[in-house]
Design a protein. Sequence first.
Length: 118
Amino acid sequence: IVKPGKSNSGPDQLSRIQSGYDAQSIEDTMLDPQLYKLNCVPSELEDIFIFLCIGIAPKIMKSLEKKQLSIHVKPFMLINGDLYKLGQDEVLHQFVLEYECTRFMEEAHGGIVGGHYA
């Protein structure tokens, strides 16, 4: 998603001041929508996703659950809104959500690269 002026909000505000545009109406506290690209996270990974986004465990968790979460989250990382897991082969694997599986399988088996017939 490209948002004009979002990557250079400081210079963009200065240019709007010079052009007579009300710079106070620019909303800079809005979070980048890429942070919410994984809004359909399966329930079993919801706590991991929240922990990776904000860096703290949900407040409703007990102390033992927080420790378990911090251990369980170690192989996961969030890169540009995509969830990855470090596999046993020491390679980062993108975590494919359930609703994306069908599209990936169709592309792998019958897509432009030829699938099984290549």
